[in-house]
Design a protein around this ligand. Structure first.
Ligand SMILES: [Zn+2]
Length: 268
Protein backbone atom coordinates (compact mmCIF):
# COMPACT_ATOMS: atom_id res chain seq x y z
CA UNK A 1 0.00 0.00 0.00
CA UNK A 2 2.88 2.35 0.81
CA UNK A 3 4.25 1.94 -2.68
CA UNK A 4 1.01 2.75 -4.40
CA UNK A 5 1.20 5.79 -6.68
CA UNK A 6 -1.74 7.85 -7.83
CA UNK A 7 -1.87 10.28 -10.74
CA UNK A 8 -3.49 13.69 -10.27
CA UNK A 9 -5.90 14.25 -13.15
CA UNK A 10 -5.51 18.02 -12.93
CA UNK A 11 -1.75 18.53 -12.98
CA UNK A 12 -0.41 15.09 -13.90
CA UNK A 13 1.72 14.73 -10.75
CA UNK A 14 2.39 11.21 -9.53
CA UNK A 15 1.74 11.16 -5.80
CA UNK A 16 2.40 8.52 -3.19
CA UNK A 17 -0.83 7.23 -1.73
CA UNK A 18 0.24 7.72 1.88
CA UNK A 19 1.32 11.34 1.18
CA UNK A 20 -2.08 11.98 -0.39
CA UNK A 21 -3.85 10.39 2.57
CA UNK A 22 -1.85 12.53 4.98
CA UNK A 23 -2.78 15.63 2.96
CA UNK A 24 -6.50 14.75 3.27
CA UNK A 25 -6.62 13.64 -0.37
CA UNK A 26 -5.69 17.06 -1.73
CA UNK A 27 -3.02 17.18 -4.43
CA UNK A 28 0.07 18.78 -2.80
CA UNK A 29 1.07 20.32 -6.16
CA UNK A 30 -2.14 21.86 -7.54
CA UNK A 31 -4.69 21.63 -4.72
CA UNK A 32 -7.10 19.33 -6.55
CA UNK A 33 -9.56 17.83 -4.08
CA UNK A 34 -9.75 14.10 -4.76
CA UNK A 35 -12.95 12.17 -4.22
CA UNK A 36 -13.35 10.69 -0.75
CA UNK A 37 -16.06 8.35 0.55
CA UNK A 38 -18.53 9.04 3.33
CA UNK A 39 -16.78 7.05 6.06
CA UNK A 40 -13.46 8.77 5.47
CA UNK A 41 -15.15 12.16 5.54
CA UNK A 42 -16.91 11.44 8.81
CA UNK A 43 -13.60 10.38 10.40
CA UNK A 44 -11.99 13.52 9.02
CA UNK A 45 -14.35 16.00 10.66
CA UNK A 46 -16.27 14.42 13.51
CA UNK A 47 -15.69 12.73 16.84
CA UNK A 48 -18.16 10.64 18.85
CA UNK A 49 -20.21 10.18 15.69
CA UNK A 50 -23.26 8.04 16.22
CA UNK A 51 -24.86 6.68 13.07
CA UNK A 52 -28.68 6.66 13.08
CA UNK A 53 -31.58 5.06 11.20
CA UNK A 54 -29.44 2.12 10.04
CA UNK A 55 -32.53 -0.09 9.87
CA UNK A 56 -33.64 1.63 6.66
CA UNK A 57 -32.49 -0.39 3.66
CA UNK A 58 -33.17 0.04 -0.07
CA UNK A 59 -35.86 -2.00 -1.81
CA UNK A 60 -36.25 -2.91 -5.46
CA UNK A 61 -39.97 -2.13 -5.51
CA UNK A 62 -40.16 -1.62 -9.29
CA UNK A 63 -38.32 -4.88 -10.05
CA UNK A 64 -35.92 -2.84 -12.12
CA UNK A 65 -33.52 -4.95 -14.11
CA UNK A 66 -30.28 -5.69 -12.21
CA UNK A 67 -31.09 -3.12 -9.48
CA UNK A 68 -30.97 -5.58 -6.57
CA UNK A 69 -27.61 -6.94 -7.74
CA UNK A 70 -26.18 -3.45 -8.17
CA UNK A 71 -27.29 -2.45 -4.68
CA UNK A 72 -25.69 -5.55 -3.25
CA UNK A 73 -22.46 -5.01 -5.15
CA UNK A 74 -22.04 -1.37 -4.06
CA UNK A 75 -22.96 -2.24 -0.52
CA UNK A 76 -20.32 -4.98 -0.33
CA UNK A 77 -17.70 -2.82 -2.02
CA UNK A 78 -17.92 0.20 0.29
CA UNK A 79 -19.67 -1.20 3.32
CA UNK A 80 -22.72 1.07 3.46
CA UNK A 81 -26.40 0.32 2.78
CA UNK A 82 -27.20 3.28 0.55
CA UNK A 83 -25.77 6.58 -0.68
CA UNK A 84 -25.90 8.44 2.65
CA UNK A 85 -24.85 8.05 6.27
CA UNK A 86 -26.73 10.16 8.81
CA UNK A 87 -26.25 10.62 12.52
CA UNK A 88 -25.16 12.99 15.25
CA UNK A 89 -21.72 14.04 16.40
CA UNK A 90 -19.32 16.81 17.36
CA UNK A 91 -16.81 18.56 15.13
CA UNK A 92 -13.20 17.90 16.12
CA UNK A 93 -12.85 21.65 16.74
CA UNK A 94 -15.50 21.41 19.47
CA UNK A 95 -13.14 20.38 22.28
CA UNK A 96 -15.76 20.79 25.00
CA UNK A 97 -18.31 18.83 22.99
CA UNK A 98 -20.95 21.45 23.58
CA UNK A 99 -22.29 21.83 20.03
CA UNK A 100 -24.08 18.67 18.92
CA UNK A 101 -24.77 18.56 15.17
CA UNK A 102 -27.08 16.51 12.96
CA UNK A 103 -24.98 15.17 10.10
CA UNK A 104 -25.61 13.67 6.67
CA UNK A 105 -22.75 12.57 4.43
CA UNK A 106 -23.56 11.40 0.92
CA UNK A 107 -21.38 8.89 -0.89
CA UNK A 108 -20.84 9.13 -4.64
CA UNK A 109 -19.40 5.64 -4.62
CA UNK A 110 -22.82 4.13 -3.96
CA UNK A 111 -24.92 4.24 -7.14
CA UNK A 112 -23.40 7.62 -8.04
CA UNK A 113 -24.73 9.19 -4.84
CA UNK A 114 -28.21 9.06 -6.33
CA UNK A 115 -31.19 10.00 -4.17
CA UNK A 116 -33.78 7.27 -3.86
CA UNK A 117 -36.21 6.42 -1.07
CA UNK A 118 -33.48 5.65 1.49
CA UNK A 119 -31.49 8.86 0.96
CA UNK A 120 -34.68 10.93 1.06
CA UNK A 121 -35.99 9.20 4.15
CA UNK A 122 -32.71 9.41 6.05
CA UNK A 123 -32.38 13.13 5.26
CA UNK A 124 -35.98 13.66 6.39
CA UNK A 125 -35.48 11.76 9.62
CA UNK A 126 -32.23 13.48 10.59
CA UNK A 127 -33.87 16.85 9.78
CA UNK A 128 -36.83 15.97 12.01
CA UNK A 129 -34.37 14.99 14.74
CA UNK A 130 -32.64 18.38 14.39
CA UNK A 131 -36.02 20.11 14.53
CA UNK A 132 -37.15 18.28 17.67
CA UNK A 133 -33.83 18.68 19.47
CA UNK A 134 -33.00 22.14 18.10
CA UNK A 135 -29.58 21.28 16.79
CA UNK A 136 -27.99 22.47 13.52
CA UNK A 137 -27.88 20.28 10.43
CA UNK A 138 -24.86 19.82 8.19
CA UNK A 139 -25.05 17.80 4.98
CA UNK A 140 -22.13 16.98 2.69
CA UNK A 141 -23.72 16.49 -0.72
CA UNK A 142 -22.31 14.32 -3.53
CA UNK A 143 -24.76 13.15 -6.13
CA UNK A 144 -25.51 12.47 -9.75
CA UNK A 145 -29.21 13.22 -9.10
CA UNK A 146 -32.35 11.17 -8.59
CA UNK A 147 -32.12 7.36 -8.67
CA UNK A 148 -33.49 6.19 -11.99
CA UNK A 149 -34.25 2.66 -10.75
CA UNK A 150 -36.80 3.98 -8.24
CA UNK A 151 -38.75 6.04 -10.78
CA UNK A 152 -41.28 8.49 -9.41
CA UNK A 153 -40.47 7.49 -5.81
CA UNK A 154 -37.01 9.00 -6.18
CA UNK A 155 -38.44 12.23 -7.61
CA UNK A 156 -40.81 12.47 -4.63
CA UNK A 157 -37.77 12.70 -2.36
CA UNK A 158 -37.07 16.17 -3.74
CA UNK A 159 -40.35 17.57 -2.41
CA UNK A 160 -40.09 15.58 0.81
CA UNK A 161 -36.58 16.75 1.74
CA UNK A 162 -37.39 20.37 0.88
CA UNK A 163 -40.54 20.22 3.01
CA UNK A 164 -38.85 18.87 6.11
CA UNK A 165 -35.78 21.11 5.83
CA UNK A 166 -38.01 24.16 5.47
CA UNK A 167 -39.45 23.29 8.86
CA UNK A 168 -36.04 24.01 10.42
CA UNK A 169 -36.38 27.63 9.37
CA UNK A 170 -39.43 28.03 11.60
CA UNK A 171 -37.21 27.44 14.62
CA UNK A 172 -34.28 29.32 13.11
CA UNK A 173 -32.18 26.19 13.09
CA UNK A 174 -29.32 26.53 10.61
CA UNK A 175 -28.79 24.10 7.76
CA UNK A 176 -25.34 24.17 6.17
CA UNK A 177 -24.76 22.27 2.95
CA UNK A 178 -21.22 21.42 1.95
CA UNK A 179 -21.03 20.86 -1.80
CA UNK A 180 -18.54 18.18 -2.80
CA UNK A 181 -17.77 17.07 -6.34
CA UNK A 182 -20.17 16.51 -8.01
CA UNK A 183 -23.53 17.72 -6.69
CA UNK A 184 -25.99 17.62 -9.56
CA UNK A 185 -29.53 16.82 -10.72
CA UNK A 186 -32.36 16.38 -8.25
CA UNK A 187 -30.12 16.80 -5.22
CA UNK A 188 -28.72 20.18 -6.34
CA UNK A 189 -32.28 21.18 -7.29
CA UNK A 190 -33.87 20.25 -3.97
CA UNK A 191 -32.54 20.46 -0.40
CA UNK A 192 -29.04 21.70 -1.36
CA UNK A 193 -30.47 24.81 -2.97
CA UNK A 194 -32.41 25.89 0.12
CA UNK A 195 -29.54 25.63 2.62
CA UNK A 196 -28.89 28.70 4.76
CA UNK A 197 -25.22 28.45 3.89
CA UNK A 198 -24.02 26.72 0.73
CA UNK A 199 -20.28 26.21 1.00
CA UNK A 200 -18.25 24.26 -1.53
CA UNK A 201 -14.96 22.46 -1.83
CA UNK A 202 -12.74 24.04 -4.53
CA UNK A 203 -13.43 22.84 -8.06
CA UNK A 204 -16.64 20.98 -7.16
CA UNK A 205 -19.27 20.83 -9.88
CA UNK A 206 -22.76 21.92 -8.89
CA UNK A 207 -25.61 22.15 -11.35
CA UNK A 208 -28.78 20.55 -12.61
CA UNK A 209 -28.25 19.26 -16.15
CA UNK A 210 -24.78 18.70 -17.59
CA UNK A 211 -22.91 21.31 -19.64
CA UNK A 212 -23.30 19.47 -22.95
CA UNK A 213 -27.08 19.08 -22.55
CA UNK A 214 -27.49 22.79 -21.76
CA UNK A 215 -25.32 23.82 -24.69
CA UNK A 216 -27.42 21.71 -27.04
CA UNK A 217 -30.65 23.15 -25.63
CA UNK A 218 -29.72 26.84 -25.68
CA UNK A 219 -27.47 26.47 -28.74
CA UNK A 220 -24.68 28.48 -27.13
CA UNK A 221 -21.14 27.68 -26.06
CA UNK A 222 -20.65 27.85 -22.30
CA UNK A 223 -17.38 28.85 -20.56
CA UNK A 224 -14.97 25.99 -19.73
CA UNK A 225 -15.31 26.53 -15.97
CA UNK A 226 -19.15 26.43 -16.20
CA UNK A 227 -20.78 24.82 -13.11
CA UNK A 228 -17.57 24.78 -11.05
CA UNK A 229 -17.67 26.17 -7.52
CA UNK A 230 -15.59 29.14 -8.69
CA UNK A 231 -18.07 29.96 -11.48
CA UNK A 232 -21.04 29.50 -9.17
CA UNK A 233 -19.51 31.72 -6.47
CA UNK A 234 -19.05 34.48 -9.02
CA UNK A 235 -22.69 34.12 -10.07
CA UNK A 236 -24.14 33.95 -6.57
CA UNK A 237 -25.30 30.33 -6.45
CA UNK A 238 -23.01 29.43 -3.55
CA UNK A 239 -21.81 31.49 -0.59
CA UNK A 240 -18.20 30.48 -0.18
CA UNK A 241 -15.44 28.13 -1.30
CA UNK A 242 -13.49 26.55 1.52
CA UNK A 243 -10.51 24.20 1.41
CA UNK A 244 -11.13 20.72 2.80
CA UNK A 245 -8.56 21.35 5.53
CA UNK A 246 -10.39 24.44 6.74
CA UNK A 247 -13.96 23.16 6.33
CA UNK A 248 -14.25 22.00 9.96
CA UNK A 249 -13.24 25.47 11.25
CA UNK A 250 -15.68 27.11 8.85
CA UNK A 251 -18.63 24.98 9.97
CA UNK A 252 -17.68 25.27 13.63
CA UNK A 253 -17.77 29.08 13.40
CA UNK A 254 -21.45 29.00 12.41
CA UNK A 255 -22.49 26.14 14.62
CA UNK A 256 -20.89 27.62 17.74
CA UNK A 257 -22.49 31.02 16.96
CA UNK A 258 -25.86 29.31 16.79
CA UNK A 259 -25.34 27.66 20.21
CA UNK A 260 -24.16 30.98 21.64
CA UNK A 261 -27.32 32.65 20.31
CA UNK A 262 -29.47 29.85 21.67
CA UNK A 263 -27.97 30.15 25.15
CA UNK A 264 -28.07 33.92 25.49
CA UNK A 265 -30.99 35.09 23.39
CA UNK A 266 -33.91 33.50 25.19
CA UNK A 267 -37.25 34.69 23.88
CA UNK A 268 -36.03 36.20 20.64
ZN1 LIG B 1 -2.50 18.02 -8.95
Amino acid sequence: MLNEWIKCESCGSIINRSDLEENLWICPKCGRHFYIGSKKRIDMYFCDFKEMYTMIKPLDFLNFEDYSEKLKKDSERIGIDDAIIVGIGYLKQDLEKSCLIGVGVMDFGFRGGSMGSVVGQKISLISEYCYENEIPLVIFSASGGARMQEGIISLMQMAKTVGVINKLKKKRIPFINVVTNPTTGGVAASFVGIADIIVSEPGAIIGFAGQRVIEQTIKKKLPPNFQTAEFNLQNGLIDQIVDRKKMGDFIYRFVSSFYYWKRYSVGL
